[in-house]
Ligand binder design. Structure first.
Ligand SMILES: [Zn+2]
Length: 355
């Protein structure tokens, strides 16, 4: 759920800090009266997972606040390399990555930046990294369409807390994501090579309609995007942005791959892959059951259900929790378990169990 995603991002940041490797200053202003705290500072962290895989995280701090982080994975073999996801597209993040790739990867030929999905924490670095690395960009065609659909001021921020500093920053990320050109469409089963490694797209909708995981066939490592995170559970928005029913099916499909390692969109790698998938499937089943019980007790709108399910949630996370409740309800409507009447122009969902 979204609240957990946010908590996870903070956890991912703490995790990254332990691996701190180098600190680079972001955009610096010439105005000497500006306090150091107002200058964005990018902290670059790198973790070598194995002979073919490196995790790269940039955390940007400004106004005493650390922005959420996401993973960029460097898959490499011989002198060839590819990125899975492109991180954030703000200047401090890009400057930090430019420096990292120039210093540590100058002998490598970067062939591709394969994105798991269109959300700006995974795509907005794409345009600039494509230029820096001279690599082509790839994504599933459905998420290519979503990437290039302009977002309204309130859209696309569902994963973020209601916080002015962060939502202002999101405007930069949205613009960069929208302007990211995609060179190659990767549909289910499409592959590309990195040295002797074969990377196969596995279409796994749910978090977004065109979400791809990427399986490295020779090593059985799976890049899970936001379908499976290193810690916690991921946010599945209500339709049309997300689809809980598809998500459950995608988790089952990911289980069938029997991957040895999950490299997620946020947080650390997961080696107990089968247990992780089961944990997520169980979590969703428990939530379904809780919502049915709450409706049984007489609560009959989505807001009431949200309040009953998360009584103590802080204000900035309510919107996210609400989206999570709606996605579970929408799934159960699809299963014929409940029905919904929209009232107040769809602002409220009146929910009842089908008898
Ligand atoms: Zn994400």
């Amino acid at each position: 759920m979204k609240r957990e995603t946010w908590r996870l991002r903070l956890a991912a940041h703490r995790y990254g800090r332990k691996l701190k490797r180098s600190v680079s200053r972001g955009t610096s202003s010439d105005n000497s009266s500006a306090s150091a705290d107002q200058e964005p500072v990018a902290t670059t962290t790198e973790k070598v997972i194995n002979d073919n895989l490196v995790q790269h995280v940039v955390a940007v701090k400004m106004f005493s606040r650390t922005f959420p982080t996401s993973n960029v994975w460097v898959l490499h073999d011989g002198n060839e390399a590819a990125l899975i996801d492109s991180g954030y597209g703000d200047k401090p993040s890009i400057d930090a990555r430019r420096e990292y790739f120039r210093k540590d990867w100058s002998g490598h030929n970067f062939k591709r930046i394969a994105m798991t999905h269109h959300h700006f924490d995974h795509s907005s670095g794409g345009r600039q990294l494509r230029d820096i690395l001279k690599a082509d960009t790839a994504i599933h065609p459905i998420d290519d369409a979503l990437l290039h659909t302009p977002l309204g001021p309130e859209e696309g921020n569902e994963d973020l807390p209601d916080d002015k500093v962060i939502t202002d920053r999101a405007d930069v990320w949205k613009k960069e994501a929208f302007e990211t050109p995609i060179d190659v469409m990767m549909e289910d089963g499409d592959t590309f090579k990195v040295g002797g490694l074969t990377v196969r797209a596995v279409h796994t909708p749910g978090h977004t309609a065109g979400h791809n995981c990427y399986l490295v066939e020779e090593t059985m490592q799976l890049f899970t995007g936001d379908n499976i995170l290193g810690v916690g559970t991921s946010a599945i928005g209500p339709p049309p942005s997300g689809n809980m029913g598809d998500y459950i099916e995608s988790l089952k499909r990911m289980r069938e791959l029997e991957a040895k390692l999950f490299a997620p969109g946020h947080g650390p790698t997961v080696t107990a892959t089968a247990a992780k998938v089961q944990e997520l499937l169980d979590h969703r089943e428990v939530r379904d059951r809780q919502i049915i019980d709450i409706i049984d007790k007489g609560y009959d709108t989505d807001q009431q259900i949200r309040r009953a399910l998360y009584p103590e949630i802080q204000k900035g996370l309510r919107r996210a929790a609400h989206g999570q409740v709606r996605s579970h309800i929408a799934k159960m409507v699809g299963q014929g378990i409940m029905q919904v009447d929209e009232i107040d122009d769809g602002k409220t969902w009146k929910v009842s169990l089908t008898k």
